[in-house]
Design a protein around this ligand. Structure first.
Ligand code: LMR
Length: 345
């Protein structure tokens, strides 16, 4: 039926059109802003604890914000490598990262290197006590001064060493090229063992071990398993000498500029993916060590108490050496906050 279009009719139909827009697929969306895009870059594989937690964060953030936020996850250094990702975050080219806090040196916040002091963070309870202590407020403020907002800390457990020679006594490291993450303390640890420290991006680690650019490295079993490092390393020593702690970080300006109606959903997604991470990491690292053993490709040695004593004796001087870098007072406060008691020599 043809009808005459009057102004009133136009207005009526416009009203109808507006009312009908959802049915017609225009909906509030037609008039709502595009979703806010959060790019989440990381360097591990999607099936590592951090990879799984990033995907869960995506799912929860999109659900709890009713789709007002979209999260794009870029695993395996597919968007940025280790060092690049921190620069990209400060520039606002990426909105979310979860790097190891051993890599914060380039941000100009050297204090986070302190957590790499040998055996400081070996005990799970002490490590959690440290990361939830008020002293973290002081360190978080230093990150915020650099435009980085720490949203949570993810505990990926303790390190083991791998190499193509058995690492039982401290002297077994002598002359080896050992891959380290960027921290100055990890550099000092390698040198104290008589090894040659090599900073190599995580995404290049497999190849560096395969080609002999590096002879060995330390990491958590779940990274060794998911990156198949057991294919290019013959020996693994369970030493628990260090810890892999991530910080879930965002660009402070970006986070502060988020509309009030999406923040609660994102905060909830942060909380729930953090709880998920800590549970998953604890389980995955135990499972990964069993799978590495079962592969038959790597000889696994757990340090005896006697052997560990020799490592502690060899490595404790790094604590004293680092007093010049952090100041004795700062290190004493870290000991107090974590409950760490330096062994009497
Ligand atoms: C490493 O560089 O060994 C780790 O920090 C990688 C990671 O993010 O787990």
């Amino acid at each position: 039926m043809k009808y005459k279009v009057t102004r009133r009719a136009v207005l009526k139909h416009a009203g109808l059109a507006l009312a009908a827009a959802p049915v017609l697929g225009f909906g509030k969306a037609a008039f709502a802003a595009d979703p806010i895009v959060i790019k989440f870059s990381h360097v591990v594989s999607p099936d590592a604890p951090k990879g799984k937690s990033a995907l869960l964060f995506k799912e929860l953030a999109e659900k709890y914000t009713d789709g007002k936020v979209t999260v794009e996850v870029y695993p395996n250094s597919s968007l940025y490598k280790d060092k690049e990702e921190l620069e990209a975050l400060q520039l606002g080219s990426v909105q979310l990262l979860a790097p190891s806090i051993s890599k914060f040196g380039p941000l100009g916040v050297k204090e986070f290197d302190v957590f790499d002091l040998p055996f400081l963070m070996s005990d799970d309870v002490r490590a959690r006590q440290m990361m939830s202590s008020p002293m973290m407020g002081e360190l978080n403020a230093k990150l915020e001064d650099k435009g980085v907002e720490p949203l949570a800390y993810w505990d990926n457990g303790t390190h083991v060493y791998t190499a193509n020679v058995p690492l039982i006594a401290p002297d077994d490291f002598r002359g080896l090229k050992m891959r380290i993450q960027g921290s100055k303390v990890l550099d000092a640890v390698a040198r104290q063992l008589g090894a040659i420290p090599q900073i190599i991006a995580f995404g290049e680690l497999y190849q560096a071990l395969q080609t002999g650019v590096a002879d060995g490295e330390d990491n958590v079993p779940s990274n060794i398993w998911t990156q198949k490092l057991y294919d290019v390393q013959k020996y693994l020593t369970v030493s628990h000498h260090g810890r892999l702690t991530y910080s879930l970080i965002t660009n402070k300006k970006f986070w502060d500029s988020l509309p009030a109606d999406v923040r609660p959903g994102l905060d909830r997604a942060v909380k729930e993916s953090t709880d998920f991470f800590d549970d998953t990491a604890a389980k995955d690292n135990v499972d990964a060590l069993e799978k590495i053993k079962a592969s038959g490709k790597v000889q696994v040695h757990v340090l005896t108490d006697e052997e560990k004593k020799a490592w502690i004796e060899k490595l404790m001087p790094v604590h004293a050496e680092m007093q010049s870098r952090f100041g004795k007072d700062f290190i004493d406060r870290i000991y107090k906050a974590s409950g760490f008691v330096p062994p009497q020599s």
